[in-house]
Design a protein around this ligand. Structure first.
Ligand code: ZN
Length: 438
């Protein structure tokens, strides 16, 4: 199957329901930077997309970082003087600061207080907090719960372990014609948060599954990595693959009701930056933002030692919606239609990357006679696309260049080039090895 046929056959309602179903299945799992939650998530994902699951031992260096101890949690609670649970991990895994050291002790409210985190501005929401690189512990609760705690003695229990183990990540390699690679990366380290991490995970898995069904020019690698240390570990163990990366996308926060937002790679003018901007412009309301050294995997992929052409696709960027990192980022916060349209945008970006080629016009002395060849059916988008491709195909300008200059959507330019090539009016003029001409 071609990517074009796949894209045309995509049913938004069915795709949205499936993406949402994936999020709903993974939502209850208590993920963290390391541990059983990530493994269970990857195990379940591998039923949707075949994954190689890697475990990297605690203590393994990754550039300036080291794989930390593995964290696992069984239960946690705070009981009041009468033995009633006033905070209960079984009700929400957000109640425990992710990565908390084990603790079991009695303490006064005053002593417990510095370990309690709430959101005064959003009194019904539980915040999400994590602490992975210093041994501490804490609970998160709603401001209303906190305000209701009477003075007195409390019993505190975090039944967790922080011990030598492994960091787990998953990857799916999809072979294309060329060994040159496109990476798609998402983070898998957050507990029950639907938009932050699960929307990216569901869309990355679906994108991988769809790409496995079509013939591809590039090879693709879908990466499911815990935040920060995950990309660093992957980069440190995959020198050969890193050298073959030509384009990349970080996927995060794609299920909320906001518009699509693309954040450019560090260089800002990579083909993926232009492809994403082009696709979003033709898809409607959107934003394109410049790079900043903050965020998700792009912080590592775009570090100066790599400086990879990797951008980030999201909807409302992190920190710019009140539900961010709270219990309100739940299953109601993500929308199946938004998820489906985000996946469609990913496929459209891939379509540009796959088909952005350079051609040379084989009949450049004036316009070739299109009508004689059955190529001209009267003024319309396809005819304009054909005239643009003929005019601009000088062996240097690529189809994406032509799409940008003409204002025509890339698929129209690509179809026009295909028709002209079939009639001998265009000839492929790519650099040797199938790489990009620019
Ligand atoms: Zn987050």
């Amino acid at each position: 199957m071609t990517l074009d046929e796949l894209r045309a056959g995509l049913d938004e309602t069915a795709v949205g329901a499936e993406l949402y179903d994936c999020i709903r299945e993974l939502y209850p799992i208590c993920r963290s930077l390391t541990g059983d939650g990530v493994r269970e998530t990857l195990r379940r994902l591998s039923r949707r997309l075949p994954l190689a699951i890697h475990g990297v031992p605690t203590g393994t260096p990754a550039f300036d970082w080291t794989v930390p101890k593995e964290w696992n949690i069984r239960d946690a609670w705070v009981k009041d003087a009468r033995g009633a649970k006033v905070i209960d991990f079984q009700r929400s895994n957000l109640h425990v600061v992710s990565g908390s050291a084990p603790v079991r002790r009695r303490m006064s409210l005053a002593a417990l207080r510095p370990h309690l985190h709430a959101l005064p501005d959003r009194p019904d929401w539980i915040p999400y907090r994590a602490s992975f690189y210093e041994e501490t512990w804490g609970f998160c609760l709603s401001q209303r719960q906190l305000d209701a705690l009477p003075e007195g003695e409390y019993e505190v229990c975090i039944d967790a372990s922080l011990a030598p183990g492994a960091l787990t990540y998953g990857e799916c390699a999809i072979a294309g014609e060329s060994a040159d690679e496109v990476i798609v990366s998402c983070h898998v380290c957050h507990p029950s948060l639907a938009n932050d991490n699960l929307s990216g995970i569901a869309i990355a898995a679906a994108l991988g599954r769809e790409l496995r069904r079509v013939s591809l020019r590039y090879s693709y690698r879908i990466l499911f990595l815990p935040g920060t240390i995950g990309p660093l570990v992957w980069l440190s163990r995959n020198e050969d693959a890193v050298a073959r990366i030509r384009h990349g996308l970080v996927l995060v926060g794609l299920g909320d009701r906001g518009r699509l937002t693309y954040k450019k790679s560090q260089g800002g003018d990579a083909v993926v930056d232009r492809a994403a901007a082009h696709v979003l412009r033709h898809a409607g309301d959107h934003a394109v933002e410049d790079f900043s050294p903050y965020g998700y995997g792009e912080r590592q992929y775009c570090a100066p030692g790599f400086d990879l052409p990797v951008g980030r696709l999201s909807r409302t960027p992190h920190g710019r919606f009140p539900e961010y990192h709270t219990s309100a980022d739940d299953l109601d916060f993500v929308d199946p239609g938004q998820l489906a349209r985000a996946l469609a945008a990913c496929l459209d970006i891939v379509d540009v990357l796959e088909h952005d080629r350079t051609y040379a016009n084989q009949s450049p002395m004036g316009e070739p006679q299109l009508g004689r060849r059955g190529l001209y059916r009267g003024p319309g988008e396809d005819e304009m696309a054909m005239l643009w491709v003929l005019n601009q195909s000088d062996g240097r300008r690529s189809l994406l260049d032509i799409a940008e200059r003409s204002g025509c959507p890339f698929p129209a330019i690509r179809r026009a080039a295909g028709a002209l090539e079939r009639h001998g009016l265009l000839k492929r003029h790519d650099t040797p090895g199938g790489g990009e001409a620019r």
